[in-house]
Structures are given as C-alpha cells and as structure tokens.
Write a protein that binds this ligand. Structure first.
Ligand code: NAP
Length: 487
C-alpha cells in the first residue's frame, strides 16, 4: 500500500436500530500522520443519550430472554463479518489512529477473536446445584447485569469495542457505547456490521460526543446497572466515584507502566526482539507496553547497545505506507507529554542512548523517534508515570530482590515481563510481582482466551476468557422448598 486517501467520512450514531446524524454540532476526526481530516461525528444531545438508554432498556427483556444458542449465532455472524471486512476495518484504524496497517489488521483480528470466543462462551453460562438441607434445594443461576454503558479509548479503536461488547451481548446485556473522540469511525464500522447481521433494535447503541456530558447522563440513570471502561486511571477513578452513588457495577481497564526484567542469564537476542515488539506496538501507546526496562548489571552495557542499534534501524512514517514499522503518536498533547518526560529525565541526569527527539522525516504529524534512556532512577517522572510513547526507560539492578522491589515500586499493576531461562527464578519472581499479567520469556501476552486486567490503579475486573463474561453476570440463588417423600 502506498499511502491512503479517502473521502471525508460521515460519522453517525446508532440508536434503537436507526442511523442518526445528530441535530447539533459535529467534531472533526483527523489522521495523526498528516493532520488531515478523515471525517467527523455528531455531538450527542441529552435527548440522544436518553433515547439510547430507553432503547437499550426496552430491548433488554427480549435479548436476555433469547436462548443462549440464538445469541451465539449473532456473535458468530459478527465474527465472520469482521473477518470478511478486515481490510476496510484495518484501513479505518490506520487512518484515524495512525498505527501501521499490518498492526491494524492484527488489531481487527484480535477483536474478531473476542466475538468468536464469546459466541462460544454464551452457551457455557453454567449454574450450580449445591447440596442443601432437608426439604430444600439450592440452585445458583447466572443472569445478565442489565443495561451496560461501555466507554472505550482511542489506542485500540476497534478491538477495545469488541472486547467489551462481545461478552456483554453474549451474557444477554444490552449496551450503549461511547467511543473515544479521536477514533469514533472504527466503532461506526462495527455498528454497520451489527446492522448487517440483523442484531435486534436497541441491543447495541452508539453515541458520540462530549465525554463528561455523555458520561454524566449514563452514570446518573439508574437503569444503567454496569459501566465497563477502558482508558486512563484518572477517568476510571472518576467513573468509579460516580458509579458508587448508585452502586453500579464497574469494570475498569486502566493505565499501566510495565516493568521488563532482563536477568544476566537471559537469551538477549530473544529479549531484544520481544521488547521491541512490545514497545513499538502502536508506537508504545498500549497499556501493556514495555516501559521500565530493568537490566541486570553485568549485561547492561551489551544489552543496551544491542537494543539501541535495533531501535535505530526501524522505519518511521505514515502507517499506511508499506514497510513502515513506527507511526505517529495520536496528537500534540501526547507528543508533548512524551518529550517532557524524556527532557526532564535528561535534565535530572539520565542518558539518552538513542532518540529523545522529534523525527524530522515529516513536517506534519506527531512523530517521536524510538528512544532508549538509561540511568533512569525511581525518582524520575519517566519511571513513575505512564509514558504512552516509543520510549524505553532503563535502570540497572544487582540482585533478584532489587529487581522485584523496583518492578513493584509503582502504583500501576497491569503487565510485567521477565526474561530468564532459570525456571526457579522465573517462578519466584513471577509470584512476587504485583501485576495482573506476567510474561515469562514473552512480551506479547494478548489472547482472547486469557484473563486480562490489572492490580492496584490499573483497574478492577477481567476481560477475556471465561472470566470476562462473569463481569456481565449477576448471581442468583434459588432456595426451593421440596416436600420429601420417604423412599
Ligand atoms: P481517557 O482519556 O481516559 O479516555 C477513555 C475514554 O473515556 C474516551 O472515550 C474518553 O472520551 C472517555 N472519557 C474521558 N473523560 C470522561 C468522563 N469524564 N466521563 C466519561 N467518559 C470520559 O483514555 P485514552 O487517552 O483514550 O486512552 C489511553 C489510556 O487507556 C491509557 O492510560 C491506557 O493505558 C489505557 N488503556 C488500558 C487498557 C487496559 O486493558 N487496561 C487498554 C487500552 C488502553 P473522549 O475521547 O471523548 O475524551
């Protein structure tokens, strides 16, 4: 592919089975590689959001009442259609979000995996029968939580929608989705697929626009019983507070600042390739991106130079151009956050081994060179705050215990990684890490069948696997009186 051009795309909302252009103003969606407008989307009014909640509420009885097998068929049809349309869906991800096209395809495929997995999981929402006192039976059944509000981020504009909506719909819930302002158009394409497969009216609704405004209405309406959110810790904490007022269930997938521990006995070539793949996926704009590199003293110099030469060799540019490995970051604000963290670390004594500045190959777009900063200390902001860019911050350690302390010295607890062939050490360290995901000789842990989620300020709840559907289910205990007959 040699750079994409498109007509400006008209984003629409989808409420109660109808496409709507909205009555009020619209907001622009731009390509972060060149600043050009890709399309626009409506700003929902109070009334639009209220109608979406009404529709989801009305549709709940019918949708939750369907046999699981029937819901499963819809989800399989969505998975099929996502794969049929993978080229178009991936192109849209690259256009509005900036990641290289091959990565965008991988993202869309990852989303399809969730539709497929939860199409199957829908049919396995088992209850339990518990041994009971005489004259009774104890049955435990699982039922959907009700109307769900789903709020998603811009960094994976297609798969984050699928990762939430697939288990929600599989469980029998109805949904109102608010996608991120930078990337609403990938969500529009997914809703076109819902329409195409004939998902009943009101089961899935899409509203776009001002976050505090839409969030406020969703959070204040008692009929919304569950909010599932992926995004920053700051907004996640705000939503958790708002949800507390009505005791809505919350599932929160928030920020991370993943440590990656490289022991002296590690396969260094494997570690370099895995770290690069983890770090540069989506230009480092991933919650599980390898950020805080912890390297054991004796190999530090050698390892840093291997990593630096690979970072230097990467091809940067517009993600829609063939062979590009590193695209732009999403916007100016993100760019400024990355460069200020790196500049600050430099002023405080850290050393920039490679990168540390804007890529000058383009005058447009927000391109930051892949960067390795060494001699980073735990006092630096680069060590403590999520960077969300193509920057590795390295700190040297001298013992297993020190590596664990440094890794856990963080308010986040999403992903962590370690590299060593020593099974004893890998077991001890992985058990000591305070993170929801530990990659052992592997820094690419994404999989629809695994439980995804964070400890500490990285969130509550899990997405993926059989754990993911539990988030969308209530437990009901049936105490059944039975007249016993003598046998
Ligand atoms: P964000 O700023 O928190 O936004 C996420 C979503 O929340 C967007 O749709 C945003 O809308 C909306 N939002 C913002 N303020 C809101 C409010 N007051 N009420 C209701 N909704 C509100 O996060 P982001 O910058 O898009 O995403 C990056 C963050 O997501 C990073 O911290 C990353 O680590 C995290 N993330 C976590 C995971 C995980 O699995 N744990 C996965 C992916 C990303 P607008 O776009 O309209 O502002």
């Amino acid at each position: 592919m040699g750079g994409m051009t498109v007509e400006t795309i008209l984003g629409r909302m989808f409420i109660d089975g109808n496409w709507e252009r909205g009555e009020r103003e619209r907001f622009r969606v731009v390509n972060p590689a060149n600043g050009q407008q890709v399309g626009d989307a409506p700003i929902a009014s109070d009334e639009d959001v209220a109608r979406a909640i009404d529709a989801a509420s009305r549709a709940f009885r019918g949708w939750s009442g369907l046999p699981a097998e029937d819901r499963s068929k819809y989800l399989h049809a969505i998975a099929d259609e996502v794969m049929n349309q993978i080229d178009d869906l991936a192109r849209m991800v690259t256009l509005e979000q900036g990641k290289p096209y091959n990565e965008a395809r991988a993202e869309v495929k990852y989303g399809a995996d969730f539709w497929r997995w939860y199409a199957e999981e829908a049919r396995r929402v088992y209850g339990e029968i518990v041994p009971a006192p005489r004259g009774r039976r104890i049955a435990v059944i699982k039922q959907p939580t009700g109307v769900t509000a789903a709020i998603t981020p811009w960094n994976f504009p297609s798969s984050m929608v699928s990762r939430k909506l697939a288990p929600a719909l599989a469980a029998g819930n109805t949904v109102i989705l608010k996608p991120a302002e930078q990337t609403p158009l990938s969500a529009v394409l997914l809703f076109e697929i819902f329409e195409k497969v004939g998902l009943p009216e009101g089961v899935a609704n899409l509203v776009t626009g001002r976050p505090e405004h839409i969030g406020g209405i969703l959070m204040n309406d008692f009929r919304v019983r569950h909010v599932t959110f992926t995004g920053s810790t700051e907004v996640g904490l705000l939503l958790a507070k708002q949800a507390a007022a009505q005791l809505k269930r919350v599932s929160l997938e928030l920020g991370g600042h993943a440590p990656i521990i490289v022991f002296a006995d590690a396969d260094l070539d494997l570690a370099v390739e895995q770290i690069l793949a983890s770090k540069l996926r989506n230009m480092g704009q991933a919650c599980i991106s390898a950020n805080r590199l912890l390297v054991e003293g004796p190999i530090a110099e050698d390892f840093h130079s291997k990593l630096a030469s690979r970072l230097e060799s990467l091809r940067i540019g517009d993600g829609s151009v063939d062979g590009v490995q590193v695209g732009p970051v999403i916007d100016e604000q993100s760019f400024n956050k990355i460069s200020s963290q790196v500049d600050e670390a430099k002023n405080e004594g850290a050393h920039i081994l490679v990168g540390g500045e804007r890529w000058l190959g383009s005058t447009e777009g927000y391109f930051y060179r892949p960067t390795l900063v060494t001699e980073v200390t735990p006092a630096m902001r680069l060590f403590r705050e999520e960077t969300f860019g193509p920057v590795l911050a390295s700190t040297v350690f001298h013992s297993e215990q020190e590596a664990i302390l440094l890794a856990n010295d963080c308010t986040y607890g999403l992903a962590s990684y370690l590299f060593t062939p020593d099974i004893d050490k890998a077991t001890r360290v992985s058990e000591a890490l305070e993170f929801g995901v530990v990659g052992i000789n592997n820094a690419l842990p994404m999989a629809a069948q695994a439980p995804w989620g964070g400890w500490k300020l990285s969130g509550v709840g899990r997405e993926g696997g059989h754990w993911g559907i539990d988030e969308f289910l209530e437990t009901k205990y049936l105490s059944i009186g039975v007249t016993e007959q003598t046998r």
